[in-house]
Design a protein around this ligand. Structure first.
Ligand code: TMP
Length: 213
């Protein structure tokens, strides 16, 4: 089974992924956690280019194809082998990030992005996607604090440095895309305690796992 987490910056994806992994392992599953960009060796090189503050001269199309390149490598080297080995794979971001950031955010056509993603993903679209939703003001404050604490602003801060208007577009884009794909994407309110968010996710996943057998 393949599960992805999505959302704007600072929604608490990393914390929730850790909690979900522990919950699933307690129920006897083997879980691999991965991320985009940077889930493979080549992907880690691409991540440096994509998130560094110095990449201000990157074009929208170049950004798009680097994310897709990262994904193609990630699916074939990491995700597909683990899913085929019977593991549950959880990825921090995946194809929906491209549709929302490069599409709703940068203005590329979401339908075209869906088709380009098909090339990178093959048949490995997620079985389930959890969209953590939060007001951009709240999320950005959290993300900035984390980047400053970890001294990562220069290395990883290119998207956090975008305007609030950009992040509002991303949030709305996610909600629109989730409504169009409601059979796969579950929206969870991330503006509550981590324990409450986690309990909501666990109860939804339990129902889905029962259906999956
Ligand atoms: P993160 O690892 O802190 O979530 O940062 C990844 C950034 O990259 C985040 O701002 C969203 C952006 N992104 C895209 O624009 N398109 C994509 O396809 C992916 C995977 C991420």
């Amino acid at each position: 089974m393949f599960i992805t987490f999505e959302g704007i910056e600072g929604t608490g994806k990393t914390t929730q992924i850790k909690l979900l992994k522990a919950f699933l392992e307690e129920s006897g599953h083997t879980v691999d956690v991965t991320l985009e960009p940077g889930g493979s060796r080549i992907g880690r090189e691409l991540r440096k280019i994509l998130l560094n503050m110095e990449s201000t001269d990157i074009t929208g199309e170049c950004e798009l194809f680097l994310y897709l390149a990262d994904r193609a490598q990630h699916v074939s080297q990491v995700i597909r082998p683990a899913v085929e080995a019977g593991k549950i794979v959880i990825s921090d971001r995946f194809a929906d990030s491209t549709i929302v950031y490069q599409g709703y955010g940068r203005g590329l056509d979401p339908k075209l992005l869906r088709s380009l993603n098909d090339v990178a993903v093959g048949s490995h679209w997620p079985d389930l996607t959890i969209l953590l939703d939060i007001e951009p003001e709240v999320g950005l404050k959290r993300a900035m604090t984390r980047n400053l604490q970890e001294n990562k602003m220069q290395e990883e801060g290119r998207f956090e440095a975008e305007s609030l208007e950009f992040h509002n577009r991303i949030r709305e884009g996610y909600l629109t895309w989730a409504a169009l794909n409601h059979e796969r994407i579950i929206v969870v309110n991330a503006d509550q305690s981590p324990e409450k968010v986690s309990a909501e996710i666990n109860s939804k996943i339990t129902k889905i796992l029962k259906k999956h057998g």
